[in-house]
Design a protein around this ligand. Structure first.
Ligand code: SF4
Length: 306
């Protein structure tokens, strides 16, 4: 059986688990290509207008796979941490895709509660059963998938730059080069190093979020807020760039919380949708770099005088 896995949304984080699990069950795993113009255009064409860009692009990835596999995985990721959710669009992702695209093969759409191995296993068991596998085969594949996932590290922590920025936002906005117009490279080319949230421990992220009047309900709110606040307070970075999608409800909350928590810290918000021009992004990052340079120069000048 050919199992299709779309290279969109949280694939960038969890592909070792998914690819290993279905591969170990004996399926031929077909992964869509990196996001490119065809995938992007198909996503814009088939998805509803008011969805965020990452969800539109996910549609393009499923469309790429639809004639190439017997079963497509549309991960309905509900929870990664207890008492938190990802976002409403993740909860309804399969319904959106199944209604917007015609001619799809059968899909795996069961909710994924990854708050414990036990909870995640119940998704694995249902998916394995769909492939006609028994419990022993599913357990072996599951354990190998967990190992593969544990060995997978993501994140950026550049060394050797005079200016360092915290690059925040949802992982698919940071790591999909086509979606963000090669943002990581652009930032590095302008002489700025990058640090991403993966290099801050979970307990630190949680501690910062605990200072809010109410614990965030959405995982990305806790992570991005905690990362931004901690990076600025501990002077690990000189500024923060937040890459955000138009129409993202959780982004609008995170951005306001960060602005509120760090009123005087350099903070650039890059909002991206399918109409965003690359020249505009370039200009804004360059202006941000110039501002950070001036700020650093003034600080060192003042400390020399002092
Ligand atoms: S969190 Fe925001 S960017 Fe991500 S899927 Fe939800 S609405 Fe889209």
């Amino acid at each position: 059986m050919k199992v299709g896995i779309p290279k969109g949304l949280l694939y960038c984080k969890y592909h070792p688990f998914l690819v290993t699990f279905f591969g170990e069950l004996g399926a031929e795993v077909i992964v869509s290509e990196d996001t490119n113009k065809n995938i992007f255009d198909a996503g814009i064409k088939y998805c509803v207008d008011d969805a965020c860009l990452p969800v539109k692009i996910f549609h393009g990835h499923v469309n790429f796979l639809k004639d190439k596999c017997d079963l497509v995985v549309i991960p309905r990721i509900m929870q990664l941490w207890k008492n938190e959710y990802i976002c409403p669009k993740f909860c309804g992702l399969p319904e959106m895709v199944l209604n917007n695209l015609n001619g799809l093969p059968p899909a795996i759409t069961d909710p994924i509660y990854a708050t414990s191995w036990k909870n995640l296993y119940s998704w694995a068991q249902k998916s394995g059963n769909l492939l006609g596998k028994n419990n022993r085969q599913i357990k072996v594949a599951f354990n190998k998938a967990i190992e593969a996932q544990k060995n997978h590290k993501t994140g950026i922590d550049d060394e050797g730059y005079e200016i360092k920025i915290a690059l925040t936002g949802h992982p698919y906005n940071i790591y999909d080069k086509f979606l963000n117009m090669n943002l990581v490279k652009k930032i590095n080319n302008l002489g700025m190093g990058i640090r991403t949230a993966e290099f801050t421990q979970e307990d630190i992220l949680a501690r910062e979020a605990d200072n809010l009047y109410k614990r965030p309900f959405w995982t990305f709110v806790r992570e991005n807020y905690g990362f931004a606040l901690n990076s600025a307070k501990e002077k690990k970075v000189d500024g923060i760039i937040y890459v955000s999608s138009f129409n993202c409800g959780t982004d609008s909350v995170i951005i306001e919380l960060i602005k509120n928590g760090l009123p005087d810290f350099p903070f650039l918000i890059l909002k991206i949708d399918e109409h965003t021009g690359e020249a505009g992004i370039n200009t804004r990052i360059e202006a941000f770099r110039d501002m950070l340079e001036r700020r650093l120069f003034n600080e060192s000048h003042i400390s020399t005088l002092g």
